[in-house]
Design a protein around this ligand. Sequence first.
Ligand code: SUD
Ligand code: ADP
Length: 291
Amino acid sequence: MLHPDLDAEAMIETAYAKVNVALHVRARRDDGYHALESLFAFADHGDRLSAVATDDGAIDLFIDGPFGGALDAGPGNLVLKAARALQAYLGDQRGAAIRLTKILPVASGIGGGSADAAATLRLLARLWDVRIAAEELAGLALDLGSDVPACVASVTQMVTGRGEGLRRHPVKGLEGTAMLLVNPGVGLSTAQVFNNWDRVDRGPLDAASLDALVAQGRNDLQAPAVAAAPVIAQVLAALEGHEGLRLARMSGSGATCFALFDSDAAMADAAMAVQGAHRDWWMMETRIRTA
Ligand SMILES: C[C@@](CO)(OP(=O)(O)O)[C@H](O)COP(=O)(O)OP(=O)(O)OC[C@H]1O[C@@H](n2ccc(N)nc2=O)[C@H](O)[C@@H]1O
Ligand SMILES: Nc1ncnc2c1ncn2[C@@H]1O[C@H](COP(=O)(O)OP(=O)(O)O)[C@@H](O)[C@H]1O
């Protein structure tokens, strides 16, 4: 049952989908995490979060939306974890009733959970009217997941380390670009895909231009993800060859792939063709977010 007040005067945030335009895995670290170099960009669309403040100190979460059924609202949900982390940091008992409308597929390489966690931090900071220093917020975010710090600002960034090294990095010709997201409906475990990386360092990422990202950029997790879910190769093949296609690549640890196009019309044509041939694949027509 939805909180009765939730739609009336709720504050709203979008949890923007993330794509790794390129993702170079450079080393396995002693702590088990991997040292990355990745250009993160964000879609203009994502999950929707809304919240109203309550005065009983409780955090209540209601989930709906097309992928809502794939998630439960228990303590493992990243929205609840983010809300409780912020409550603990503030050391007081402000409460909230939060509604998550899950639009993005779960465990799919586009950071749905990470984006939800970051959007929850932004939303509750606004709702509770608190200011948090950038470094403090980054620390809270990293405790929630490696991708969460980048999702806090949700702008194009060079991300290094496990996900804690962030540098705003606009790329000429990238922001505003038409982008199609395609997911074939298989969920992949991020930890397992990293574990199956062959530990070969294929070199640094040159993110100086879109041309370099297209020509020399890679996703080093693509091969281990395809090995676990061969349908990803079919997604990439289905995206190739369309007029106006600039780049087709897998995002994160998969299985979602993204395709960048020269124009909205080229994207729409490709989307129609791919959806026509694969009616059960999830797709989203969007564009790269400009901050
Ligand atoms: C691969 C990436 C690329 O952006 O994205 P997704 O596929 O999740 O979208 C991220 O590095 C995922 O970040 P995130 O999903 O937040 O991962 P976490 O919860 O921190 O970690 C999940 C598991 O992934 C592995 N992991 C994660 C990040 C990293 N730099 N090295 C790792 O080895 C670890 O095994 C860890 O236990
Ligand atoms: N609000 C949430 N949305 C999505 N996944 C969540 C959420 N809370 C917890 N999770 C869990 O986090 C894991 C990774 O989710 P997600 O961030 O969507 O993955 P990815 O970054 O690979 O797309 C999933 O196994 C999922 O069960």
